[in-house]
Design a protein around this ligand. Structure first.
Ligand code: BG6
Length: 504
């Protein structure tokens, strides 16, 4: 496949090659990019895991996992770039073999010494592997690692989540990374930033004159960000029920705060990665860190009991394999955040996410304040607040909801919707976030990756809640049935302020 750009080729080294993410997302995303001519022609993949596979075994395993994703002829060509190294990358003595194989593949595919490492392993293996990368001296920006010939090369690393499980562990991981890679070679991935409608937020806000003037505390009443999932914990019970698990850590601290930062950031001076990240960091630094005695008012934890999602029965969380029958883990978390800036002073941001809920949706809803004076107060009902709804997934699009006149005599009002539907407009499904992000990492564009300061401040903002929850077990768990919209306490948190979640 010819490349349509000036990318330099590279070896993509995936640690955790036999894992689910590699089969489900990473290799299909690389194939999709290659098929669309978006990868350099000199590219190769080297999977590393302990499982004993040959190149062909792994290729078959990848193809067999989702045969529908690959065209037979193109796969036959693409798979020649896929290789496998059976090694335990956490062990220093495995690195002789790993490095030899990297060098051999570099030569075979003429990759110029460029490497994109991808850490798709359990978080406890991050640091040993990073340290081994350092010791093996394969990070040698500016010269090749296998044959030192003066040619410039690059080595970058993509780090999956979870990025730490509290402020201290995140800082430690950042220090380990900094010992081996420069900050501009570290790509902390958050696949929510790869979602089209999250990126579209930048265009909506900064390429249009009609929205930005309203985007502040003067006109906005509050903002809701919801990521509800219909899936339950399934086979991930032992990970999810561990000290790094739970909805607050798994979704709110990571994905949803990233979405919040894009909604709340100031206009950057340019669309360069550094300028966008500078503005995002400011939002994270402005997140109010709650005090322990505020937690019960601004945060709600939930855990699902048995129920049914879309008519299918779901076992309760505590009955899931790998889960402590007395578990206090949050499978639902809702939290009110404050962004202490001039733009957002007094505007609450309500974030929530849960497993086994009534519907799968990720949406951002901007609720506007009522008009200063209500001319229509005596009509059938009060005007509803205007809303801009950004459907991140599914039904990707942006919908403006406002009051309209019902046809006929008299002045009856009803909410009407102006609808930008992504698929209808562009006649295509949005690309997968992983494809976008892998493409950016290969190109060397850090715009959609997290800076270490964002992660630290995000942990600081949720840690008091996690500490409070850890110190105050809740005896009403499970407190929502699978297939519902979470615990009643989350509704009460809103109702106390005269607000309501947008469900359905
Ligand atoms: C992952 C979480 O990061 O995101 C999962 O670990 C969650 O628990 C998933 O299911 C949700 O991603 P998406 O793209 O399906 O909304």
């Amino acid at each position: 496949m010819p490349d349509d750009n000036n990318n330099t080729g590279c070896l993509v080294v995936i640690f955790g090659a036999s894992g689910d993410l590699t089969k489900r997302k990473l290799v299909p995303a690389l194939y999709h990019l290659w098929d669309n001519g978006m990868l350099p022609s000199n590219i190769a993949i080297m999977g590393v895991s302990r499982t004993k596979y040959s190149d062909d075994d792994w290729r078959e395993e990848l193809h067999g996992f989702s045969p529908g994703s690959y065209d037979a002829d193109k796969w036959a060509d693409f798979k020649e770039r896929i290789h496998y190294q059976a090694s335990d990358a956490t062990k220093a003595d495995a690195w002789g073999d790993i490095k030899d194989r990297m060098c051999a593949l570099d030569k075979q595919h003429a990759l110029g010494g460029n490497v994109l490492f991808y850490l798709s392993v359990s978080p406890q293996f991050f640091e040993p592997i990073i340290n081994n990368i350092g010791t093996a001296e394969v990070v040698v920006e500016g010269r090749k690692y296998c044959s030192i010939d003066g040619t410039k090369s690059w080595q970058r690393i993509v780090v999956e989540k979870p990025f730490g499980s509290d402020p201290g562990s995140a800082a430690k991981l950042n220090r380990t990374l900094a010992g081996v890679f420069d900050e501009d070679a570290i790509y902390r991935i958050d696949h929510y930033l790869g979602k089209e409608l999250v990126q579209n937020m930048l265009v909506l806000r900064f390429a249009n004159a009609i929205f930005e003037p309203l985007w502040n505390q003067r006109y906005v009443d509050h903002i809701q960000i919801t990521a509800s999932e219909t899936v339950d914990v399934g086979t991930r019970g032992s990970y999810y029920d561990s000290p790094s698990g739970g909805a607050m850590r798994d979704m709110v601290q990571s994905h949803l705060l990233q979405v919040l930062s894009v909604v709340a950031m100031e206009p950057p001076v340019s669309m360069d990665a550094a300028d966008i990240r500078t503005e995002k960091i400011k939002v994270f630094k402005a997140l109010r860190v709650p005090k322990a005695d505020e937690v019960s008012k601004i945060a709600v934890r939930g855990q699902y009991g048995p129920g049914a999602v879309n008519g299918d029965p779901v076992v309760g969380y505590r009955d899931t394999e790998g889960v402590d029958p007395h578990s206090q883990t949050d499978t639902f978390a809702a939290m009110q955040f404050s962004v202490d800036t001039w733009r957002w002073g007094g505007v609450p941001f309500y974030l929530r996410s849960g497993k086994a809920m009534g519907a799968k949706k990720t949406e951002i809803v901007v609720y506007f304040k009522p008009t200063p004076h209500c001319l229509f107060r005596d009509k059938a009902r009060n005007a509803k607040p205007n809303q801009i709804v950004i459907n991140v997934q599914p039904d990707e699009g942006i919908r403006m909801r406002f009051e309209g006149k019902v046809p006929g005599s008299g002045l009856k009002m009803k909410e009407v919707v102006m609808d930008f539907d992504y698929v209808e407009q562009w006649q295509t499904e949005p690309p997968d976030g992983y494809a976008t992000l892998l493409h950016d990492a290969i190109k060397g564009d850090q715009t959609l990756f997290k800076h270490r300061d964002e992660i630290q401040s995000a942990w600081d903002a949720v840690q008091p809640v996690l500490d409070y929850w850890a110190g105050n077990p809740q005896d009403d768990l499970p407190n929502y049935s699978a297939g519902t919209w979470g615990p009643p306490a989350a509704d009460l948190m809103m109702q106390r302020e005269g607000r309501y979640w947008r469900n359905g």
